[in-house]
Design a protein around this ligand. Sequence first.
Ligand code: CA
Length: 222
Amino acid sequence: MNRILIAEDEPRLAAFLEKGLRSNGFVTTTVGDGAKAAMLADDEDFDLLVLDLGLPVKDGLSVLRELRAGGQRMPVIILSARDDVRDKVSGLEFGADDYVTKPFRFEELLARVRVRLRSEGIAEPTVLRSGDLTLDLRTRRASVGTSSIELSAREFTMLEVFMRHSDQVLSREQLLSHVWGYDYDPGSNVVDVYVGYLRKKLGRQRIETVRGMGYLMVAAPQ
Ligand code: CA
């Protein structure tokens, strides 16, 4: 089980990150200021740090500089609303491994977290299977049996979320936050629209509607 330290002072975003990472099997600890982040990152055994730049007490870049100066090699992904190129460059110069600009989709961050952990030698499957349906995450190809299915980027992401949570009911809200991001309008019907697209391409029976709760991917449709 991988442990991730989240340094983020905005409560809503911190909660969103925590929930998303936990539902994907990570153990998380969250801190709201830079001094605590630096202290915990140094004292405890984390596999990765998600670091906001605009943090109280000590800003993210100082935290990063301090950690690297002290020989701390854990992967660091900077999360910031600053899309200024100079911030990005100094973050990477100070030893960050990656940089995600807010607003972002959760799946984008998750993919980057996985890449970083993978390069640290922690294995992740690259092909997901559900019955005769396969999704190759490396080549971004989907197929049913031997025939390949054309999917848009969004459809692919939604299908990946379903397959990572097969036999689990996913609410509209969960799908929205996984596929579209935390700042998406919760009243939108975009989830239903995309479930419709996937059913059209994969067969209606593959994704069940669970009344009042959400959707469920069925591994072996009858
Ligand atoms: Ca902040």
